[in-house]
Design a protein around this ligand. Sequence first.
Ligand SMILES: O=C(O)CCC(=O)C(=O)O
Ligand SMILES: [Fe+2]
Length: 203
Amino acid sequence: MDLFSSQIDPNKNWLPFDGTVNYHGSIMDFDVANSFYEKLLHNIAWKNDVAIIYGKRIETKRKVAWYGDQPFEYTYSKNTKKALPWTKELLELKQLVERSSGETYNSCLLNLYHTGEEGMAWHSDAEKDLKKDDAIGSLSFGAERKFSFKHKKTKDKVNLLLEHGSLLVMKGSTQTHWLHRLPPTKVIHKPRINLTFRTIELS
Ligand SMILES: O=C(O)CCC(=O)C(=O)O
Ligand SMILES: [Fe+2]
């Protein structure tokens, strides 16, 4: 944990209205975060993601993986993936995120951004199998990157820096009213791993 982590208020709501975003800063020691980063880099079944853009099937440079309590099927951009069983590291991280956020989760989507040139475009996480208005716990490792929110109607913007080992929690009506993105940048050359813990609700 860095010198400033103790000054971060995890109860502060970073959104001015229509949702709740709490930033906890780093929730583990720096060495522990380094060790998780290395293990995730090597032990996760990373695959290139596929997106449908203007009707064309595009393979993203960013890699993804999907884990859960059950072999949940997860569909986005017309692409279905089946959740793999938790690894030891992912279960440890899930417990840590559950304890820190006071919420529970049954699945995790992982993203690996090799350099700053890889990011994620504006979207909200409100797929039909995600429990509505439920918390999403977002854990980051590796390169520190800017993360942005934009209100769907007012276009208000909020920016945060997501540090190594940090936890961001999005909850309440955040996904209904706000988009978020990971903007690409030319000044970062190191990888970043992000884990979003979620609750899938089977209908
Ligand atoms: O990489 C991030 O910080 C966010 C990823 C994200 O928004 C998602 O997986 O839905
Ligand atoms: Fe997202």
